[in-house]
Write a protein that binds this ligand. Structure first.
Ligand code: C2E
Ligand code: MG
Ligand code: MG
Ligand code: MG
Length: 275
């Protein structure tokens, strides 16, 4: 084929323009814009002492409030944010939001903590730890009131991650391993990563008291926690039977629909006040 040069370049330009438009309209483009405009909300899910049923803290869980008012769950956009370089600004937005909307509550309740989820890349350099230190310089509550949740994927860059984790801990932030037991890594990292808490993944809690294979793994996960001398939080506790099983095995803390769902700030404060 032979096209007149003018037509060919015109077509190329149109194609390039369409590509920009499509990218902008794509899910990724919308997410990028949402990060720029800070169209996110943070909901808080209480973490309770399984024995006393008192609230000891809460996990900050991000939601994307789209322009049409719809709320998008994080498992639908966090992986995309990680792939497209948007997760670091998102982590920062969540941290800022937590400090801004719960600062006074944290100051008034010095033993209450909020835990924040970080991505693997947040532990791959000191960027996030520095950002956190920067934020903490501006708040009156203690660093121990911001806990950091990292999944085993965060330990991909083992040396750096360990360095960052110890840096966070020496600044006073508790570090939790999230979704414990579901990662790709072997358990070997536990020998040289010092952390404060393991969060036992919901998958193991779901099957407690049933015949499923993961039910027989659950007691061993609890044992690993005890032998490491760390605190344990059970995720996804939905029934009283699960709560009783867990506390009878020395799991101190639980999080799940049995106690409360993740709530917007005002509902969370009302829930706290009503305890
Ligand atoms: P996660 O960190 O393991 O958070 C726990 C998830 O389990 C939350 O889902 C929570 O609402 C849900 N959950 C808690 N209790 C129950 C229960 O009893 N039953 C059931 N069925 N579900 C329960 P959510 O809020 O949809 O968050 C999903 C995941 O998205 C989180 O899992 C976390 O990996 C990620 N995520 C959320 N917020 C952030 C964030 O700010 N940054 C990053 N990097 N990841 C986040
Ligand atoms: Mg988490
Ligand atoms: Mg979790
Ligand atoms: Mg989980």
């Amino acid at each position: 084929y032979w096209l007149p040069a003018g037509l060919a370049s015109g077509m190329l330009a149109a194609w390039g323009f369409l590509r920009v438009v499509r990218r902008h309209l794509s899910f990724e483009g919308q997410l990028r814009q949402a990060v720029r405009k800070n169209q996110f909300e943070v909901h808080y899910q209480p973490i309770v002492d399984l024995h006393t049923r008192r609230c000891v803290g809460a996990e900050a869980l991000v939601r994307w409030r789209q322009s049409n008012g719809q709320l998008v769950r994080p498992d639908l956009f966090i992986p995309l944010a990680e792939e497209s370089g948007l997760i670091q600004p998102l982590t920062d937005l969540v941290l800022e939001r937590v400090c801004a909307e719960l600062g006074p509550t944290l100051l008034a309740n010095p033993t209450l903590y909020i835990s924040i989820n970080v991505a693997a890349i947040d532990l791959a350099s000191s960027r996030f730890a520095d950002e956190l230190a920067h934020q903490m310089a501006d708040v009156a509550f203690a660093p121990s009131q911001i806990a950091i949740e990292a999944t085993e994927r965060g330990f991909m860059h083992a040396n750096t991650a360990n360095e960052i984790i110890q840096k966070l801990r020496s600044a006073g932030h508790p570090v939790l391993i999230d979704d414990f037991g579901t990662g790709y890594s072997s358990l070997s990292y536990l020998q040289h990563f010092r952390v404060d808490t393991l969060k036992i993944d919901k998958a193991f809690i779901d099957t407690v008291g049933t015949e499923a294979a993961s039910a027989s793994v659950a007691p061993h996960i609890v044992e690993i926690g005890h032998s490491l001398g760390v605190k344990l939080v059970a995720e996804g506790v939905e029934s009283e039977d699960q709560a009783l099983w867990l506390s009878s095995r020395g799991v101190q803390y639980g999080q799940g629909w049995l106690f409360a769902r993740a709530m917007p700030r005002d509902d969370f404060l009302a829930w706290l006040a009503g305890l």
